[in-house]
Design a protein around this ligand. Structure first.
Ligand code: SF4
Length: 319
């Protein structure tokens, strides 16, 4: 079996991120070095145990101190592909018709269509539309070339004011989570300006941060669908209930849908979707931060399998 293990060593930035997520690290008293890297061993089970021990999270349930890592590993071994197909859905009454031909638009035309959109009532209370943010495109006529697409729900007050997704405390937490995902160039962490694009299902803020209506989601969804077509990411991380239901087609709670790989079928694309909690939710629900970390591990492993077909073949052969 080829080497399929993660590098679990954490640098200072990742430790800061884990602390920000409320995840405390356990290290043996005698272990001065902060590395969590597993010791090479010929025994696969021993390797798993070596990996798991140092990552105990203080806020995990007492009888399942390693649940975060274990659930990610179980999920990797039992990948379940739940398929969602993005199709046009019934739409709400438009104040002004949604622009025609979204599915043919290039990136600049799509940006322009969103910024002028009045297809649902949210246009009346928004300050700014929030198209998305991420790595700069190679040229202004094309979408950025990114491997990762992060999809959130809808702009909040800060996002509406600044016209950018995931700002404020939730944005800082997302940035820390991305930085801890060392799947960028040369093993670097991700950032919103490198290898990643971040968008929401809704491009306009629902007043008072209320939940978006199904009609509003349906009206706005074609913009996200076209963003996905143009970005052609390798993997999608869906954060929060509305992003997850849009991309998986399931209204089950996040807790039921996380821990496995879903597949989004759209146009000619088949993309893996990993679901997890929204950073704003995590700021209010500390115990679920360990689960979110496990979701990120699953996302990283899935991405590595996609990027390294030999590793993928080996993983599946050896199961
Ligand atoms: S939320 Fe979407 S569909 Fe509604 S006005 Fe904004 S861009 Fe248009």
């Amino acid at each position: 079996m080829s080497d399929t293990s993660f590098d679990y060593s954490l640098d200072e930035r990742q430790r800061t991120m884990l602390e920000a997520m409320g995840i405390k690290l356990w290290l043996p008293d005698h272990e001065a070095a902060p590395s969590l890297a597993p010791t090479p061993t010929a025994d696969p089970q021993a390797a798993v145990e070596t990996v798991q021990k140092p990552v105990t999270a203080e806020n995990l349930e007492p009888k399942q101190p390693l649940a975060g890592i274990e659930s990610a590993q179980r999920a990797i071994k039992n990948i379940v592909f739940a398929e969602q197909i993005l199709e046009p859905t019934p739409t709400a009454l438009a104040l002004s018709p949604r622009p025609a031909g979204i599915e043919q638009m290039d990136w600049p035309a799509l940006q322009s269509a969103v910024s002028g959109c009045q297809a649902c009532g949210l246009c009346q209370s928004r300050k700014n539309t929030v198209f998305g943010v991420g790595q700069a495109p190679a040229d202004s006529a094309h979408a950025p070339q990114v491997d990762w697409l992060i999809v959130g729900e809808a702009p909040g007050e800060n996002e509406d004011a600044q016209g950018e997704p995931f700002v404020g405390q939730a944005g800082k937490l997302l940035d820390n989570m991305l930085a801890a995902m060392r799947v960028g160039e040369n093993g670097k962490g991700l950032s919103r300006s490198q290898g990643v694009y971040i968008a929401n299902v809704l491009k306009c803020r629902p007043p008072a941060n209320r939940n978006p209506s199904p009609e509003e989601v349906a009206m706005c969804e074609p913009y996200l669908a076209r963003q996905i077509e143009l970005l052609r990411p390798k993997i999608i991380l869906a954060m929060g209930k509305f992003a997850i239901s849009t991309l998986t087609g399931s209204n089950d709670p996040v807790g039921k849908l996380r821990g496995r790989v879903h597949t989004l079928k759209h146009a000619s694309l088949q993309l893996p979707v990993i679901v997890t909690y929204h950073p704003a939710y995590l700021l209010r629900n500390l115990p679920d931060k360990a689960k979110a970390w496990a979701d990120l591990l699953l996302a990283m492993q899935t991405y590595r399998e996609l990027s390294n077909p030999n590793e993928q073949a080996s993983l599946h052969t050896d199961r």
